[in-house]
Write a protein that binds this ligand. Sequence first.
Ligand SMILES: Nc1ncnc2c1ncn2[C@@H]1O[C@H](COP(=O)(O)OP(=O)(O)OP(=O)(O)O)[C@@H](O)[C@H]1O
Length: 548
Amino acid sequence: MKIFYQRFWGYIKEYKIFFLIAVFGAVLSGICTAWTAHLVKPTLDDIFINKDSFMLVLVPILVILSFLGKGVGILLQTYFMNYIGLDIIKRIRNQMLEKMLEMEMGFFNSMRSGELISRITNDIGLIRMAVSNYFAQAIQEVLTAIALIVVVISNSPKLAVIGLVIMPLAIYPLSLIIKKIKNIARKNQEKNSDITSKLTEIFNNVEIIKTNNGEKIEAKNFAQQNEHFFKLGLKSAFLNQLNSPIMEFLGAIAIGLIIFLGGNEVIKGNLKPGEFFSFMTALFMLYSPIKKLVNMFSSAQEAVVASDRIFEILNRKPLIVDGKIDFEEDIVSLQIQNVSLVYEKKLALNRVNMDLKMNDIVAFVGKSGGGKSSLVNLILRLYDCTEGRICLNHQDIKDFTQYSLREKIAVVTQRIFIFNDSVLANVAYGSVVDEQKVIEALKKADAWDFVERLDSGIYTILDEFGTNLSGGQRQRIAIARAIYKNSQILILDEATSALDSKTEESIKDTIAKIAKNKIVILVAHRPSTIELANKIYHFEEGVITQEK
Ligand SMILES: Nc1ncnc2c1ncn2[C@@H]1O[C@H](COP(=O)(O)OP(=O)(O)OP(=O)(O)O)[C@@H](O)[C@H]1O
């Protein structure tokens, strides 16, 4: 809990003025609340018993003013704290995505996408309440409680002892419950991640699920996870509610005792009725802030767990450390020197060597799983070599910033990314948009014919994953994107596998034409694609076995 507030205090400090206004609102409403309890005393003693006509006018005005003050205070507090809370949440959400995108590929392989989505949406949602409301509300409730305790003690210190001694007795059972709530909150949030992961998996694979008649299996698996989630939610709701009856029971004991003892004092004439009722009103009113504080503390457990999950990501350092040099010169050569790559335990590349020069068109061939795509991933620095090094113009790529390195490389991989945006934005993705250049790239990639015929041409919005395109059309958009980038290294990893032989032939001509002053790497199985290459590297189980 302490760590939680320390973490967010760092953020809140940046909104000093707004925070001070909110605290002023909290103080105002706290004082006004206590003042209303105090007004019971002049109402009884001065108006009813002493029949004071001046007080008859003054007390109602003071009542109205104190409620007005309370309302204004609450409004100031809630508006400014919500502003601070929502703004912090917005910033943390942005920071989280930026941080996640900085992570190496291994991070994404080990975390399910649903888990990441859940942290960035659900977990952040959970801390919102705590940051927006609990900080100022806690201040307000503590101040209200202190002010009411002052009223209680000033009316009868003797009776106050009874009321105020019972309170700490409640702390022990409540602390046990709160500990349990925290455990359940952790399980609950993990389960929520499981559910989001399952849903992402289902929606991303809906075609396969349908073709394999998997709807019932998926629905059943989901229902099981959902049932578990429901049980945890119910348990947490029950424990959260258990606080109130415990507090109420102990409160009733205190009030019963006070009525007995206080009534006795009034009968004996040691205490005025006004003092007693003011005391009782303040004590009744004291119950509300204390109950709210206890409830807030137990609800904040979810936020504490969520903030642990959020800061686990925010404090994590990417394993791929960015280089310092902006790589600006032209690429003349690419060296792969004694490179090995181990994914967790799997040896994917074993002491690979290669020396490529500008104007080379090389082909990586070999059986599936041989390590071709792994080498491409290393050149792109999506992973770091476990051993050996990769150099551009004889300088280790680790020295360069990842941004400047990837600016120099255009890739079409087996997995084609189409964004839910226009053809124009899809082709120019990551670069400055130039319509004429996009059309040129589409023409070179043999995609212009079909794009031109789309309803809005290059402005047609493509569906997520490019589901409104055929496999071959998707591939041609991806090739156009690589051509548009006009980088000095062009990597085509099975980039023409979905094309008919005539289109493939035409794209081959384009590649031959644009290969000038570039290094082109073709990862391929088909002999037709390999024809272009002046060097062929044969991969088998991570080793280059043949070189022509
Ligand atoms: N992210 C990963 N984590 C663990 N192992 C991986 C990962 N990616 C690839 N591998 C393993 O590394 C080996 C080489 O895979 P790679 O994708 O480089 O082969 P490839 O030659 O490109 O195959 P294909 O022609 O089928 O695309 C395979 O045994 C594969 O199972």
